[in-house]
Write a protein that binds this ligand. Structure first.
Ligand code: PMP
Length: 779
């Protein structure tokens, strides 16, 4: 146990019973154990029915620290006589701290006056007036303590937010991966946004524990007022702003109107003791810091002291608050804090209009923006995105930040590696072997060779080269509506592009199969029969090519289609087509760029859901959680055949930083069971959407697997005329409701849902609730 992992005494009532008499000349009539964190506290009642608190501290606490606490209580009573603070009483020998020995162990004893009243925590609902009074009292205390110094005030307390980084060590005690991720996210924010600015923050002695169990109330007539404060065991020299940060943390846990409470508490604090801009800038992150400390301490205590319930008293509310705050824009809170303190918040970001003008001047209009009024996103956390104005959006679109925006594991892996080394594949480095070994372990044994590239497009381009080289063929099969990437070679094989606006049609070597869309394709229904019919069309094309003496490269196909409108191929369609392609000497390329890495829930890869075994698999988007990586996985034979004498060199492909990102993604998917989450939340999501479909004629079909879902909007369920205009309106309206979703499909009438895999049931419920409102308002 290290020095800061303090030890609380564990004496029993019998051992303590004679102590008040022996050291303080008090006759103990009644003795009761009180809750306490560091010291063991006892309620002592003497013969005249007067109450006292006996505080027993272990010898781990220095006497200077106990004297420090005593001196502050005395000082506060002197300067703030309108409030009560427990006053230390003298021993028989006239000292404020007694030293005693029990069973060979040293203990320090203090006797404090008991402050009568009841606790703020006793109230079921706390009126705003009382939150204001707590803010005022803490402001006054900090003003009194502004120039106070005591040698005992410099002490290490794990609860002190300035010691947050110590909590990083305790993350290992947090057994739930989701919570661990949230806590690590907060640590990361602290490290990047608070730590570099600590030196400009004011320091002084603070009370440091403004929680509802420490504020004492009294009734005066009809009015309840704040009477005083107890428990000075968390006092220390720290950052002044930690005072309101701690108080706000507890207030937010308790309040059912958190924004109002925060505003009132902070306003009353700053009216007495005004805070500075730089302090308000970090306040939100210090609240998160305090939650991290509470929750990691609780996890640690569970491990070392399974029976100590007191320590875990605020665990559940803390968890709830953490989840709630992480789903809110920190900028909203910063602005709220500024206004509460009477300041006008400055803007931290460039103006949206400026950004728009810049784009117009220097970027091609070919780069489109989403939404009539584009979003200016400045930050992300898990499944949430935050804009420059303080608004929060639930991200239901981004399958690139697969395991959540700014996932701490990836951010840490990338920064650590960037600080150590970034180079290229002409050198040996561990990260590549570690990563590729893990990546290949996710594939059938036959697929055991890997090329690392920088994007899904690059992966598909290389896949085409590999297949052309191996087969010596020229002709390629693709599926109508498919998209495979932005390179010249891929526009040629992407019907989504060459058949779309600005497209020039299919090149002669590209052969399109009709989209095997079970909802609106030329053959319908989700049965193997449907697959057979579509496969027969593929067979026809292949036969024709062979009869024309043309050589097949193979088929390039998504394993569940994204841009085509979240189309799920009928059962074993790919298996059947792959067999035909192979028979004709072609290779089968599975584009997993959209749906790989567990998104489909039931399967890690889309080709598994089709019972198909490809020769080449291409990976992108989710692979690096936003870091640009791509990969091509293939067989030894195909990879070896590519060594024709021409070197394959890719400057960035497979660099150690990318490998670190990729490895972190795979580890997080496993550790946080994100594939399972995709399955469970996805099933729930689909079920709720289907319920909505029952009384919403505009919804033609709800289809999906895991967290890859499509909601197809039609004007009429019989004719299936696409409701394209309505779909465009829906995504605009959903945006104003704080939900980001996009449309796709040839008629852009399919709502495309593919959120980060940390998406929750509550997120799904919110989506369905808002969609119901939006659809209702469309009528
Ligand atoms: N394949 C598929 C199926 C895709 O959806 C995309 C991108 N939307 C790509 C390939 C190309 O990926 P990138 O834009 O990352 O190069």
């Amino acid at each position: 146990m290290t020095i800061w992992e303090y030890r609380k005494p564990a004496l029993n009532l019998k051992q303590v019973h004679q102590l008040p008499g022996k050291y303080f000349g008090l006759k103990t009539e009644e003795l009761k154990l009180l809750p306490g964190d560091r010291s063991q506290n006892f309620l002592v009642i003497d013969e005249s029915n007067k109450k006292y608190v006996l505080k027993v501290s272990s010898a781990f606490d220095r006497t200077e620290e106990l004297d420090f606490e005593n001196q502050v209580m005395i000082l506060l009573k002197r300067y703030l006589p309108q409030y009560e603070f427990p006053q230390p009483l003298s021993t028989i020998e006239g000292r404020l701290v007694a030293e005693c020995q029990i069973n060979g162990q040293n203990y320090y004893l203090r006797l404090l006056e008991y402050v009568e009243g009841y606790y703020l925590s006793d109230l079921k609902s706390i009126p705003e007036k009382l939150w204001r009074e707590t803010g005022t009292l803490l402001g006054k205390i900090d003003l009194v303590l502004q120039d106070f110094f005591h040698p005992g005030s410099r002490r290490f307390l794990p609860w002190d937010v300035q010691n947050l980084l110590v909590s990083r060590d305790r993350l290992k005690y947090v057994s739930e991966p989701e919570l661990r991720r949230q806590l690590d996210y907060c640590l990361l924010q602290f490290e990047t946004l608070v730590l570099p600015n600590l030196s400009i923050l004011r320091r002084q002695v603070i009370y440091g524990d403004g929680n509802e169990h420490n504020f004492i109330l009294e009734k005066r007539g009809p009015e309840t007022r704040l009477k005083g404060l107890i428990d000075f065991g968390d006092m220390t020299e720290s950052y002044l702003v930690a005072e309101p940060a701690v108080a706000l943390t507890y207030a937010l846990m308790k309040s059912d109107q958190p924004e109002l409470t925060a505003r009132q508490l902070l306003a009353s604090y700053s009216r007495i003791n005004s805070l500075r801009n730089e302090e308000l800038d970090v306040l939100f992150y210090l609240i998160l810091a305090r939650l991290v400390i509470s929750l990691t301490m609780a996890a640690w205590r569970r491990e070392v002291e399974p029976g100590n319930k007191y320590m875990r008293i605020s665990e559940n509310p803390a968890r709830r608050l953490l989840t709630c705050l992480l789903s809110q824009n920190p900028e909203k809170w910063r602005r709220l804090f500024y206004r509460a303190c009477g300041f006008q918040p400055d803007s931290l970001f460039l103006q949206k209009e400026k950004l728009l003008a810049f784009r117009k001047t220097h970027f091609s209009p070919a780069l489109s923006l989403t939404y009539r009024r584009p979003l200016h996103i400045v930050k992300g956390a898990g499944q949430y995105l935050f804009d420059s104005q303080g608004r929060t959006y639930l991200d239901c679109v981004n399958n690139v930040c697969h395991i959540g925006h700014c996932h701490p594991r990836v951010v840490r892996a990338v920064t650590r590696q960037m600080a150590a080394l970034n180079t290229n594949t002409r050198y040996l480095y561990d990260q590549m072997a570690l990563y590729v070994e893990k990546l290949l372990s996710k594939f059938p044994r036959r697929l055991n060779f890997c090329f690392l590239v920088n994007s899904g497009s690059e992966a598909n381009d290389l896949a085409l080269r590999l297949a052309r080289n191996y087969t010596g063929g020229t002709e390629i099969l693709v599926i109508e509506g498919a998209y495979h990437g932005n390179l010249t070679s891929l526009i040629e094989v992407s019907p989504y592009k060459f058949n779309g606006p600005g497209g020039k049609g299919a090149p002669p070597f590209v052969h399109q199969l009709p989209t095997p869309d079970p909802y609106r394709g030329i053959y319908r229904g989700r049965s193997e029969k449907t697959s057979e019919k579509y496969a027969a069309l593929a067979a026809e094309i292949i036969d024709r090519l062979l009869s024309e003496n043309k050589k097949l490269v193979g088929i390039l196909a998504e394993t569940a289609m994204g841009c085509a409108g979240q189309v799920f191929l009928p059962p074993e369609f790919l298996k059947k087509v792959y067999a035909l392609v192979r028979k004709a000497g072609g290779l089968c390329i599975a584009d997993e760029v959209q749906v790989g890495f567990g998104r489909l829930g039931h399967h890690f890869w889309g080709f598994e859901s089709q019972s198909a075994l490809p020769d080449i698999v291409t990976l992108g988007k989710p692979i690096g959680n936003g870091h640009p990586i791509g990969a091509v996985i293939t067989t030894e034979e195909i990879a070896r055949a590519f060594a024709t004498g021409m070197e394959y060199f890719n400057t960035f492909g497979g660099n150690p930083v990318s490998c670190a990102a990729g490895l972190a993604v795979l580890e997080a998917i496993e550790e946080e069971k994100l594939q399972e989450n995709a399955k469970e939340v996805g099933n729930h999501f689909l079920q709720e959407l289907r319920k909505l479909q029952k009384n919403q004629p505009l919804i033609g079909e709800v289809r999906g697997s895991g967290l890859f879902i499509g909601v197809e909007l039609v004007q009429d369920r019989q004719t299936k005329i696409p409701a394209s205009k309505e779909a465009a309106l829906v995504i605009e309206k959903m945006k104003t409701q704080g939900i980001l979703v996009s449309t796709d499909g040839p008629a852009r009438n399919v709502l495309k849902i593919k959120p980060p895999l940390v998406f929750t049931r509550e997120n799904a419920d919110l989506f369905v609730e808002k969609l119901a409102e939006v659809l209702k308002a469309l009528k």
